[in-house]
Write a protein that binds this ligand. Structure first.
Ligand code: B12
Length: 212
């Protein structure tokens, strides 16, 4: 069933993807496992684009299908409403408009009890700096899917440093091509391979605070 879902997304079979997602949910599958299959499908779309089989229009189509699947799944992901663990400023860095992965991270962080200031996509460094100051955030999450985004991540972290904020915030980075080498290059505290990793990192950094 998982393979079928991966293949359906990879083949851009919109109706079939949504039907399989619903069937798996109805069958009691973990929404996060279903999301993982969708993510794998997206990776295959990327590969087919790289191989010249798909065009940008197909990437757009894949993005639309993924967002619809995610909308169905997000409703089933339990939201922790009792605690406010801390504030995270999230965004996709300047020059990059990919937001599917960033939105998943935002969704899981909210579900995990974090207040998330979502700055959107193509976010200039100064906007991160202002948001951290305004919201007294303890964590900054930078998303980037393009290799050209690494320098934007580096510049954003440098801007936090120049504003005197770097000792006060933890910075995590993520997105398709981000790995430990990239983390080291941009000067982040940690990288996360998926949305759950973002929550695990924040849980490790922020002590849980009960909201009165
Ligand atoms: C869908 C898509 C698009 C859509 C985006 C729609 C949208 N609203 O986001 C559109 C059509 C707009 C698009 C445009 C482009 N794209 Co595009 N796109 C993709 C594709 C197929 C899927 C990306 C995706 O959504 N994946 C699914 C999500 C769930 O995965 P994810 O983003 O990696 O996120 C997960 C983790 O990485 C992690 N994570 C993400 N962020 C963060 C942050 C933190 C802090 C943490 C801890 C974790 C974390 O958690 C997420 C959930 O588990 C990828 C292929 C791929 N393999 O990724 C190409 C890809 C990223 N695109 C690519 C390219 C080249 C482009 C364009 C330049 C194409 C063009 N010629 O115009 C433009 C660039 C536009 C721009 N300036 O940004 C290349 C990048 C190559 C490179 N080396 O830089 C890829 C890799 C395709 C390829 N194989 O060539 N794209």
């Amino acid at each position: 069933m998982t393979d079928q879902l991966i293949k359906a997304l990879s083949d851009l079979e919109e109706e079939l993807v949504l039907k399989l997602v619903q069937e798996r949910l109805d069958g009691g599958d973990d929404p996060l496992a279903i999301l993982d299959a969708c993510r794998e499908g997206m990776a295959q779309v990327g590969k087919r684009y790289e191989d010249g089989e798909y065009y940008v229009s197909d990437l757009i189509m894949a993005g639309e299908i993924f967002k619809q699947a995610n909308a169905i799944l997000s409703e089933k992901i339990q939201v922790d409403t009792g605690k406010k663990r801390g504030t995270v400023v999230m965004g996709t860095v300047e020059g990059d408009i990919h937001d599917i992965g960033k939105d998943l991270v935002v969704g899981l962080l909210k579900a995990g009890g974090y207040e998330v200031i979502d700055l959107g996509v193509d976010v200039p460094a100064a906007k991160f700096v202002n948001a951290v100051t305004e919201h007294s955030a303890s964590v900054v999450g930078l998303s980037g899917l393009l290799t050209t985004s690494f320098d934007a991540m580096k510049d954003t972290i440098a801007a936090l440093d120049a504003a005197g904020l770097r000792p006060k915030v933890k910075v995590m980075v993520g997105g398709g091509p981000v790995n430990e080498q990239v983390r080291d290059y941009v000067g982040a505290d940690a990288m996360g391979a998926d949305a759950q990793a973002a929550v695990t990192l924040c849980n490790g950094w922020i002590e849980s605070v009960e909201v009165a």
